[in-house]
Design a protein around this ligand. Structure first.
Ligand code: 0O2
Length: 217
């Protein structure tokens, strides 16, 4: 009976923790949507193309804990895992990635715990994305709770590559041959070139827009 009580208590605590992560995702999503609205009002376009969020599944949490030799208690999970709440922000242009990240990090209730810029320093396989680990408060009836969220910001082209690479890699835990890995890397380089060319085009569009405004056209 004592074991059953203990299990029930643990399950209850885990469920509460997962609710906290879902609430933190809602907070971050709202902040991003507000920024998108403001930008679209000022510049007549959306810097954020889409937002995809998820709370890590119990199976993935368990696997990650086992890999790290971490005891599966809610306290240890909160302390050691940074990516249980994940928000992926797909931006239109490269500049948007950095502008959105900067605007978000400026907000005084957000604490940046870690930043990894895989756009400036891509992974050897070609993966590009800006990763932020932040901490954000959620306000409950009687308390304020700080929650960690992993935010991945990337362009549409970077997301295209990462989504397909992820699908292929996770398919039966496939290990790419050297030839395939090279091909993937080349695809990543091509999508990076695409981003740079689109970015340049957008700079021209913005310049023209500013000139028109100045000449009162
Ligand atoms: P999933 O299924 O997306 O959740 P760790 O987070 O502890 O595993 P690290 O090095 O601190 O390791 O994290 P990193 O590399 O900053 O970011 C990990 C997450 O970034 C991954 O989560 C992926 O979502 C994404 N990512 C990193 N590298 C790649 C890559 O080469 N290809 C793709 N498609 N995504 C990548 P998960 O938990 O591994 O996967």
């Amino acid at each position: 009976n004592e074991t059953a009580d203990l299990i029930e208590k643990m399950v209850g605590e885990m469920n509460t923790l997962m609710v906290y992560y879902r609430c933190a995702i809602m907070e971050v999503e709202t902040k991003l949507k507000v920024l998108n609205e403001e930008f679209s009002l000022k510049h007549d376009r959306n810097p954020i193309n889409s937002i995809k969020s998820r709370v890590k599944s119990y199976a993935s949490i368990r696997e990650k804990l086992q890999r790290g030799g971490i005891v599966a208690t809610p306290e240890q999970i909160e302390k050691n895992l940074n990516d249980i709440a994940g928000v992926r922000v797909i931006c239109s242009f490269l500049d948007d990635v950095y502008d959105v990240a900067e605007a978000l990090l400026k907000q005084d209730d957000i604490t940046l715990l870690c930043i990894k810029d895989y756009i400036k320093n891509p992974k050897p396989n070609g993966y590009r994305s800006l990763h932020l680990i932040i901490e954000i408060p959620i306000f409950l009836q009687h308390e304020k709770h700080m929650v960690k969220v992993e935010i991945q910001l990337r362009t549409i082209a970077q997301d295209f590559w990462a989504s397909l690479e992820h699908q292929m890699r996770y398919k039966k835990n496939f290990v790419f041959t050297e030839e395939m890995a090279n091909e993937l890397l080349e695809c990543a380089t091509m999508s990076a070139t695409l981003d740079e060319r689109m970015e340049k085009l957008n700079i021209c569009v913005n310049k023209d827009e500013n000139n028109e405004n100045q000449t009162g056209k």
